[in-house]
Design a protein around this ligand. Structure first.
Ligand SMILES: Nc1ncnc2c1ncn2[C@@H]1O[C@H](COP(=O)(O)OP(=O)(O)OP(=O)(O)O)[C@@H](O)[C@H]1O
Length: 636
C-alpha cells in the first residue's frame, strides 16, 4: 500500500499522505477523543458490536441443527426453535440500538472536537493564517474532520465485529471444506487493496476541490448577502455570479464523478467476484450432499458460512477503508489543532509596562508574504506617549498596515517595534491588545443586540450599564440606542427572525452606516483607559455635524493620552500634536500642522487642495496644489 496519492488533474498536483505510524497516532488520538467525549455510549456501542458479530454465527449453527434434526425425525426441536427465535429478535433489535448509540457518540464527539478546533483557531493571534488559502482549505477539511473521530472509532468496532463474524464462519466453513474456505479468503485480498485505494482517492479529491468549493461558497455568499444585494441589482450581475457559482460546482462535480465512476467499476467487479465464489461453493455443496458427503443441514451451513465469511470480509474491508478515509480527514483536524503558533510566542513574555515614553518603529520593513511587494521600506516612526499623532498618506501608502503592526497582527519582516523600549515580539499579544482601543476602517457590524454590539469592546460592561452608556454617550449614540423599541436590548439585525416576528418592529432594527460607525466607536471607547487609542478613519461615515462634534470630543478626550488618528480628512488631522505623512512605505514628512504647511511639501499640497474644495468660489483646477495624475489622491 502506497502511503501517498498524487492526483494530476490539469491543476497543481495534490498530495495526500498518511503513513502507517501517522495513521496509528491519528487513530489513537481519535479513540482518546471519543472516549473522553462519550465513555458510556462508547462502551455500550462496543458491546452491541460484539453481540451483533456473534449472533449470525450462532443463528447459522442453530439453523443447521434444526434442519439436521428435522431430517432425522424431529426430536428436541422446540428448545432449538425458541433459541432461533430469540436470536432473530436480538438481530432485529441490535441495529436500532447501535444506530442510537452511534448518533449519541457522534453528537458528543462533534461538540468536543469543534470546541478544540475553534479553541485552536483562536490561538492564532495574528492574521497571516486567515489570509493563507492553503490554511483556509485545511481548515474547511478540518471542520469536516471534527466529525470523524467518532466514525474512526465506529470503524474500529466495525473491524472488531467483522473479525468476530469472520472467525466464527471461517471456523465453521473450514470444518466442512478447507478448499472453499481458502478460496473465499483469497478473494478478500484484492477487495481490501481496492477499497483502500478508493478511500485514499476520495480523500484526495476532497482536498483537490477545496479551493473550488470555497470559491463556490464565496459566490453563493454574494448572492444571498444583503451587503452585496444593492450592487448586484444595480449592475445586473446576478446572472454572471450565478454562472460563476454553477461553473465551480460543475468543476467539483466532475472531480467527484470521476471518483464515483471508479468506485462503480471497482466495487461492481468485486461484487461479481464474490458472487462467482458463492455460486461455486453452492454447486460444490449440492454435489457433496448428493453423494452423501454432506447432510442437508451442512448445505444450509455452507450457504450461511460463505455468505457470512463474505459479509465479514466486506465489513472488515469497509471498516478499514472507512477508517483510512476518515483518518485522512482527521489528519487535517489534528494539523490545525496542533499547529505551531502563527506568530512567535515568547517562552516567558515580558510584562508590558504602562506607556510613558512612546512607541517606536526602528527601520521597519514589512511585506505580507514572500511573494508580495514591500509595503514598508525602512520605516522609522515615533509615537510619543501622551500625544495625538495624525497619520496621512495616499491610498495604499501603508497607514493601515502600520496600525495592524501596532496591534501585532503581524510582526515586522525586518526591524523592530518597541513600546517604551520593549520589543513587541517579546510580549504577549493578548496583553498588548488589552491596552489598546481601536476602530478600524472595516469595523464589524455584529448581528447582536445594541448592548452586545457595544459590550464586545469589554465584556465586563454587560453588567455595568453606567460604563456602557458613558461610552455610547461619548460616541454620540446613546440617545439613539436608548430610544430603540427595546432600548439597548434591541437586536441590530433582522437576520434571526421567524416568520411570525417579521412584522414586529420591536424585534430588530437596521442602523445606517454612520450610526454603525458610532456603535463601533462606542466599542473602542470602552478601552479608552488603555494606553493607546487607534482611530483608523473614525469619521468616514459620519455627517458633517456629527464629524465636527466627534472630533471636538476626541480632541478634549485625548488630551494627555496617546492616540493615533488615520484620516484622509485633513481638517480632522490638523489638530493632532504631530502629523506624519507616509508615502512609499516610509515617513516622508512629520511635524505640527503649521510647520508642515510652511514646509510646502506633500502635506501642504494635500491640505490646500482639500481646503480649496471647501471655498465657495474656488476652482480646484486652478489650484497650485492640484495633483493631476489619476491614481494619486482621494478626497473624501
Ligand atoms: N492583507 C494583505 N495582504 C496583501 N497585501 C496587502 C494586505 N493589506 C494591504 N495590502 C497591501 O499593502 C499596501 C498598503 O495597504 P494599506 O491598507 O496599509 O494602505 P493605506 O495607506 O491604509 O491605504 P488607504 O488609505 O487606502 O486605506 C497596499 O498596496 C495593499 O495592496
Amino acid at each position: 500500500m502506497s502511503p501517498e496519492l498524487v492526483i494530476m488533474d490539469g491543476s497543481a498536483p495534490v498530495t495526500t499522505r498518511l503513513g502507517g505510524r501517522k495513521s496509528l497516532v491519528a487513530a489513537t488520538t481519535a479513540a482518546r477523543l471519543t472516549w473522553q467525549a462519550a465513555p458510556l455510549a462508547t462502551l455500550a456501542y462496543g458491546l452491541v458490536a460484539l453481540a451483533a458479530a456473534g449472533v449470525p454465527v450462532a443463528t447459522a449453527w442453530l439453523l443447521k441443527l434444526v434442519i439436521d434434526r428435522l431430517t432425522a425425525g424431529g426430536a428436541g426441536l422446540s428448545g432449538l426453535a425458541v433459541l432461533l427465535a430469540l436470536a432473530g429478535v436480538t438481530m432485529a433489535m441490535l441495529p436500532r440500538l447501535g444506530d442510537y448509540l452511534r448518533a449519541e457518540i457522534d453528537r458528543a464527539v462533534a461538540l468536543v472536537a469543534e470546541d478544540r478546533l475553534y479553541g485552536a483557531v483562536e490561538r492564532f493571534v495574528g492574521l497571516v493564517k486567515f489570509e493563507d488559502p492553503v490554511f483556509l482549505d485545511r481548515l474547511r477539511l478540518a471542520q469536516q474532520g471534527a466529525a470523524t473521530p467518532a466514525q474512526v472509532v465506529e470503524a474500529g468496532f466495525g473491524l472488531l465485529r467483522g473479525a468476530v463474524t469472520l472467525v466464527g464462519f471461517v471456523g465453521s466453513l473450514s470444518l466442512l471444506s478447507p478448499m472453499i474456505t481458502l478460496l473465499v479468503l483469497l478473494t478478500a485480498v484484492p477487495v481490501l487493496a481496492a477499497e483502500l485505494a478508493l478511500a485514499r482517492r476520495r480523500a484526495g479529491v476532497l482536498w483537490q476541490i477545496g479551493p473550488t468549493e470555497r470559491r463556490e461558497m464565496f459566490y453563493r455568499g454574494l448572492l444571498d448577502s444583503v451587503h452585496a444585494a444593492k450592487e448586484i441589482r444595480l449592475f445586473g450581475v446576478g446572472g454572471f455570479l450565478r454562472g460563476r457559482m454553477l461553473s465551480e460546482r460543475r468543476t467539483a462535480n466532475r472531480a467527484r464523478r470521476r471518483v464515483d465512476q471508479r468506485v462503480l467499476v471497482v466495487q461492481g467487479g468485486l461484487a461479481g467476484l464474490g458472487a462467482v465464489v458463492s455460486g461455486a461453493a453452492l454447486i460444490w455443496a449440492i454435489q457433496a450432499a448428493r453423494s452423501n458427503q454432506l447432510s442437508v443441514g451442512d448445505v444450509s451451513m455452507v450457504i450461511a458460512a460463505v455468505a457470512g465469511v463474505q459479509s465479514g470480509i466486506n465489513a472488515l474491508v469497509n471498516a478499514v477503508a472507512q477508517a483510512h478515509e476518515q483518518l485522512l480527514l482527521f489528519d487535517h483536524y489534528v494539523s490545525v489543532v496542533d499547529a505551531e503558533p502563527d506568530l512567535p510566542v515568547p517562552a516567558r513574555p515580558v510584562e508590558l509596562p504602562l506607556l510613558r515614553d512612546g512607541i517606536e518603529f526602528h527601520d521597519v520593513w514589512f511585506r505580507y508574504g514572500d511573494e508580495h511587494p514591500w509595503v514598508l521600506r525602512g520605516l522609522n516612526l515615533r509615537i510619543p506617549a501622551g500625544m495625538a499623532t495624525g497619520m496621512v498618506g495616499l491610498n495604499g501608502a501603508g497607514k493601515s498596515t502600520i496600525v495592524k503592526l501596532l496591534c501585532r497582527f503581524y510582526d515586522p519582516t525586518r526591524g523592530a517595534i518597541t513600546w517604551d523600549g520593549v520589543d513587541l515580539r517579546t510580549v504577549d499579544a493578548a496583553q498588548l491588545r488589552q491596552r489598546i482601543g481601536a476602530v478600524f476602517q472595516d469595523f464589524m457590524e455584529y448581528d447582536l443586540t445594541a448592548r452586545e454590539n457595544v459590550a464586545l469592546g469589554d465584556l465586563s460592561v454587560l453588567d455595568d450599564p453606567e460604563r456602557l452608556h458613558t461610552a455610547a454617550r461619548r460616541a454620540g449614540v446613546h440617545d439613539l440606542l436608548s430610544s430603540l423599541p427595546r432600548g439597548y436590548d434591541t437586536l441590530l439585525t433582522r437576520l434571526f427572525f421567524g416568520e411570525s416576528d417579521q412584522g414586529d418592529p420591536e424585534t430588530g432594527i437596521r442602523l445606517s452606516g454612520g450610526q454603525w460607525q458610532r456603535v463601533a466607536l462606542a466599542r473602542a471607547f470602552l478601552r479608552d483607559r488603555g494606553d493607546l487609542m487607534i482611530l483608523d478613519e473614525p469619521s468616514a461615515g459620519l455627517d458633517a455635524e456629527a464629524e465636527h462634534e466627534l472630533h471636538t470630543r476626541l480632541r478634549q478626550h485625548r488630551e494627555g493620552r496617546t492616540s493615533v488618528l488615520v484620516s484622509h480628512r485633513l481638517g480632522a488631522i490638523r489638530a493632532a500634536d504631530r502629523i506624519v505623512v507616509v508615502a512609499d512605505g516610509t515617513v516622508v514628512e512629520q511635524g505640527g500642522h503649521e510647520v508642515l504647511l510652511a514646509a510646502e511639501g506633500a502635506y501642504a499640497r494635500l491640505f490646500r487642495l482639500q481646503a480649496a474644495g471647501y471655498q465657495l468660489d474656488s476652482d480646484p483646477a486652478s489650484d497650485p496644489g492640484r495633483v493631476d495624475h489619476q491614481d494619486s489622491i482621494t478626497i473624501d
